[in-house]
Design a binder for this molecule. Structure first.
Ligand code: GLV
Length: 337
């Protein structure tokens, strides 16, 4: 009997869903939560035909150099800055991600984090638990309004548009900036007005970052951009930590040059800049924007479907639902794979 393809699963991921891989493949599943070192990822991939990975697993040329049989990597996540796509394409390895299934859940969270930040919800809870209520005054813990405020959305993809739809229920004015302007009909549908990058920072009461990370966006929100925000403004990031210069943000928050920040993502996560940890006016969450039970299960299910199809099995054999680099197949053919 022909040897079954081998797949590596890099993290514990809903065993009942990942179990479907066992219908086609020999599965080597990681059973405890691990931050795999780059060499450990390379070693695991060397033995694998396919891999199911998360954004904690960085995979580039060095990790696939010795992975002669590897043909597919299914990322559990919509963002894929952990994958070096040109390196994977050149090696003939097809990569996939999990778009759409997390859009609404992530938009819910972006909106919730923006509200928690503006209304100082976690700071107020800490204050209460610390026993300060007797010092309560009419002027304690005052925040900014959401209703009637101007929401700025940087990155008007699927999740950005989801946040805009939620904003209309709160009577917010929506401004956005995006690499390219949306068609007029889409702007109208989301009651969203396109403005330049600088104007977005200058005019938003609450600014939310939802754009994908790319190296050219590294520290896009730097001291200069932060200086354009007004002192009552808030900044919420549910995209990637590397978009913000965290030291510049800590400077601005500490000096009261903006009111507060809500951060679900961090440049060195899981490590967090200690200056942010020390500030009272930051809401910090551990990268959970897509974290509803139903959505996390849907993400894993889509990643499993992608991997099965990318390795040529199941009803979509050869046609994974969400490929990222179809050019990998051309490279694979050239290599005679
Ligand atoms: C989460 O950050 C994702 O990209 O899915």
């Amino acid at each position: 009997m022909a040897e079954r393809p081998r797949v590596w699963v890099s993290q514990p991921l809903f065993a009942d869903i990942v179990g479907r891989l066992g219908e086609h493949f020999e599965v080597s599943a990681t059973e405890t939560v691990v931050q795999h070192a780059p060499d450990a990822v390379a070693a695991a991939l060397r033995e694998a035909d396919g891999a199911l990975v998360t954004l904690n697993d960085a995979i580039g040329a060095a990790q696939v150099a010795g992975a002669g049989r590897l043909r597919a990597i299914a990322n559990v996540g919509v963002g894929y800055n952990n994958l070096d796509l040109p390196a994977l394409s050149a090696a003939g390895i097809l990569a996939t991600n999990t778009p759409d299934v997390l859009t609404e859940t992530t938009a819910d969270f972006g909106f919730a984090l923006m509200m928690a930040t503006a209304r100082r919800i976690t700071e107020a809870e800490r204050w209460l638990r610390e026993g300060h209520w007797r010092q309560w005054s009419f002027e304690s813990l005052l925040g900014g309004d959401i209703h009637g405020a101007t929401l700025g959305i940087l990155g008007m993809g699927r999740i950005g548009r989801g946040i805009a739809r939620r904003a209309s229920g709160f009577g917010m004015r929506v401004l956005y900036h995006n690499r390219s302007r949306l068609p007029e009909a889409v702007e109208r549908e989301h009651a969203a007005q396109y403005v330049g990058f600088e104007a977005l920072f200058e005019r938003a009461d609450h600014l939310v970052l939802v754009l994908p990370y790319a190296p050219e966006h590294h520290h896009l929100v730097d001291a200069v951009a932060l200086a354009r925000l007004r002192p009552h403004a808030t900044l919420t990031n549910i995209a990637r930590g590397g978009l913000i210069d965290e030291d510049a943000l800590a400077d601005a928050l500490g000096a009261g040059r903006l009111a507060a920040a809500g951060l679900d993502v961090f440049e060195g996560e899981p490590a967090i800049n200690p200056r942010l940890l020390a500030l009272r006016n930051v809401v910090l969450t551990p990268h959970i924007a897509s974290g509803s039970l139903a959505t996390r299960r849907a993400m894993v299910a889509l990643a499993v479907d992608n991997l099965i199809a990318a390795l040529g099995y199941g009803p979509d054999a050869g046609r994974p639902p969400s490929p990222l680099n179809a050019d990998a197949l051309t490279h694979a053919r050239k290599r005679g794979a």
